[in-house]
Ligand binder design. Structure first.
Ligand code: BG6
Ligand code: MG
Length: 218
């Protein structure tokens, strides 16, 4: 009876959505259309390439493959400007405490993120060395809701999918966890993440006996 945990990064451990928003908005401004925070919701958990496609769709803009590559680079440069200024003070409430609690009971955890910048962000906030493994946008070929990212995570944990608990803030992420046959925990709005097996508004709300109970249920 063993379990392991797979954490999404953006929206679970840190709030980088605001920086993605500012960087995408800069591009939308240049292209001359409005990009709102509501639009930004559509990009949560979604890969960089897919995000650009959604953004261009919002602006009703079609461009060459070459231009797309150019925009992907400039957006990321803009985004890097924000995340290279991040520090441990940007770790979301409850995250450090949860990792400590897992360490104390010997439950291993890995990262399962769509972001190619995940290692950099983890280093910025000082959590890089805490994870037993890191699966990010560089190591997957299929984006969430495809289960690939989490299945590689399970391999790194040396556990079966059913022994893995996924913490996610995005609909695509919860779907990916379901597709992987894992236990899913939605962090954020319960109505948005209603497909999740368990829901909490944020990590501070995860009860201290949560994992203990999961082990007995498993
Ligand atoms: C996800 C974010 O974690 O990473 C998405 O939720 C983002 O909004 C995706 O588009 C890809 O990130 P990056 O850092 O590779 O551009
Ligand atoms: Mg996320």
């Amino acid at each position: 009876n063993k379990i392991g945990v797979i954490f999404d990064l953006d929206g679970v451990i840190v709030d980088t959505a605001k920086y993605h928003y500012l960087a995408w908005k800069e591009l939308a401004d240049d292209l001359g259309f409005e990009f709102t925070e509501k639009h930004n919701e559509l990009l949560k958990g979604v890969s960089r390439v897919r995000s650009l496609e959604i953004l261009l769709g919002i602006g009703n803009i079609s461009i060459s493959e070459e231009k797309k590559q150019e925009y992907l680079v400039s957006k990321n440069e803009e985004y890097l400007g924000y995340i290279t200024k991040m520090g441990a003070n940007e770790i979301l409430p409850g995250a450090s405490e949860l990792l400590d609690a897992l360490d104390n009971v010997g439950i291993k955890y890995v990262l399962g993120s769509a972001s190619k910048n995940a290692p950099l962000i983890l280093k910025q906030i000082g959590l890089y060395d805490r994870f037993a493994g890191i699966v990010d946008g560089n190591s997957v070929s299929k984006a969430k809701p495809d289960p690939e990212v989490f299945l590689i995570g399970a391999e790194k944990l040396n556990l079966t999918p059913k022994q893995c608990v996924v913490f996610e803030d995005a609909i695509a992420g919860i779907e990916a966890a379901k597709n992987a046959n894992m236990i899913s925990v939605g962090i954020g709005d319960e109505n948005t993440l209603k497909e999740a097996d368990y829901n909490f508004n944020n990590l501070t709300e995860v009860p201290s006996d949560f994992f203990e109970k999961l082990v007995t249920l498993n």
